[in-house]
Design a protein around this ligand. Structure first.
Ligand code: UGA
Length: 439
């Protein structure tokens, strides 16, 4: 099938290459010229395991190309809209200008019988408005809403092997046409029996925001338990293990620590609250405000803990921050809890050395006031405290004995409850973590 993918950020670039991997003839379109040039040369503009290999492989088949010219989308049977919906500056609502712009540009090249497929995370009600617009300008062209659930760090796997497919379809015969086109796009995925949920537009839009809100709530739930554990001397990691054995609860997304960040969960719960307010249903989501609050409090608590272990003052203390991306296997620093803590420590007078296996260049660009070094060893040089704030494998596997020879004071703060506490304390370190007793 001929497919166009509008927007070649995280979602779109991975989606375009994955669709070519499934055998389709794909053009990825983006207004960002350097990004298009990089992608065309099989260079990933972001760190994502397995993506560059997929890109090189699919470009070599001749089935994938990238362009800045919308005209190249003309003639595709299916057009995927994969542009971003960031939080609006100064408010909670999502900024819809890129989605609106992408669809308006598509209208210039769209023909009857073609299908526009929204993948961006949007406020419920968006698709119905866009469907009206498409119907008015290009009669016979259709819209479906097909949210994406990929996680950074697992983007390729999640796109090619999703847990489920969600199709938000128009009513009646148009719905049958749209379903048939989507089934053809995803044929290998459908044939392997991947669960498929077909719904109206509003449900499909809400599935995405509801899923992210649930995940955020689960994380904040365990972090609220961590606050209680801190007050009582209980251990949040054991608590999570124990409740997680109950299938109805499950252990996943119960890792207490610095909480959630990134380009999705924080802005999605806020946009969801804003939309609920517009719909007169704000009470239904007021709990998400508390989810957000609990999440933000963890960052503050981490800074307090650092001050505590540094004998009550951060002034002039050398602090090593290991990890700056919002999660491991990513170079994404958008709303990163780790960077937020690093910046607060610096503002309070600490001499902070940050390191991250992938995000170094992004930090230098966006946070020039922070000192970035290449390795954990450099960061730890004569440190008064070491903070592990993103649980990269290389930090989880540090040898506490050898690492201990670098620092001034053997104090480690495990911001993600990811280190082997026994090994670190056996090597003479003072071990502190959120929701756990001092070790
Ligand atoms: C999230 C969702 O998991 C995806 O399903 C969704 O498609 C995506 O947003 C999106 O909307 O596009 P992602 O932002 O890549 O994916 O990251 P997650 O793996 O969900 O992690 C989010 C944050 O929660 C990270 O900062 C992570 O460190 C934190 N986290 C995760 C915890 O603090 N504890 C946990 O137990 C799990």
């Amino acid at each position: 099938m001929r497919i166009s993918v509008i927007g070649c950020g995280y979602l779109g670039a991975v989606h375009a290459a994955s669709m070519a991997e499934l055998g389709h003839d794909v053009v990825g379109i983006d207004v960002d010229q350097p990004k298009i040039e990089a992608l065309s040369q099989a260079k990933a503009p972001f760190f994502e395991p397995g993506f560059e290999e997929l890109l090189a492989r699919t470009l070599a088949t001749g089935r994938l190309r990238f362009s800045t010219d919308f005209a190249d989308a003309a003639g595709a049977a299916v057009h995927f809209v994969c542009v971003g919906t960031p939080q609006k500056r100064g408010e909670y609502a999502a900024d819809m200008r890129y989605v609106q712009g992408a669809v308006e540009s598509l209208l210039g090249v769209l023909s009857a019988g073609e299908l526009v497929v929204g993948k961006s995370t949007v406020p419920v009600g968006t698709a119905a408005g866009l469907a009206d617009l498409i119907e008015a300008k290009v009669p016979g062209a259709l819209l479906a809403w097909n949210p994406e659930f990929l996680r950074e760090g697992f983007a390729v796997q999640d796109t090619l092997h999703p847990d489920r497919l969600v199709y938000g379809l128009p009513a009646g015969a148009d719905g049958d046409t749209a379903r048939a086109l989507l089934d053809e796009v995803y044929a290998p995925i459908v044939e392997r029996g991947t669960p498929k949920v077909e719904s109206d537009y509003a449900t499909a839009e809400m599935v995405k925001t509801a899923a992210n809100s649930f995940l955020a709530t689960k994380i904040s739930f365990i972090n609220a338990m961590a606050e209680l554990c801190e007050a009582t001397g209980a251990d949040v990691k054991l608590l999570a293990d124990a409740i997680g054995y109950d299938d109805r609860i499950g252990r996943k997304f119960l890792n207490a620590g610095l909480g959630f960040g990134g380009g999705c969960l924080p802005k999605d719960i806020r946009a969801f609250m804003a939309r609920a307010g517009e719909l007169g249903a704000d009470q239904a989501l007021t709990f998400l405000r508390e989810v957000d609050n609990i999440n933000m409090r963890r960052r503050i608590r981490m800074v307090e803990l650092a001050r505590e272990v540094c004998d009550g003052s951060l002034l002039g203390k050398r602090v090593a921050v290991l990890g700056a991306a919002f999660k491991p296997d990513s170079d994404d620093i958008r709303d990163s809890p780790a960077l937020n803590v690093a910046a607060q420590l610096q503002l309070q007078g600490a001499v902070v050395q940050v390191t991250d296996p992938a995000a170094g260049d992004n930090i230098r660009r966006s946070w020039p006031q922070l000192d970035v070094v290449d390795t954990a060893e450099q960061a730890a040089d004569r440190a008064d405290a070491v903070l592990v704030l993103t649980e990269w494998k290389q930090y989880r596997e540090l040898d506490p004995v050898a690492f201990g020879t670098l620092v001034k004071q053997k104090r480690v703060l495990d911001g993600r409850n990811a280190l082997d506490r026994e090994a670190w304390t056996a090597a003479g370190w003072t071990y502190r973590a959120l929701g756990r007793r001092a070790g």
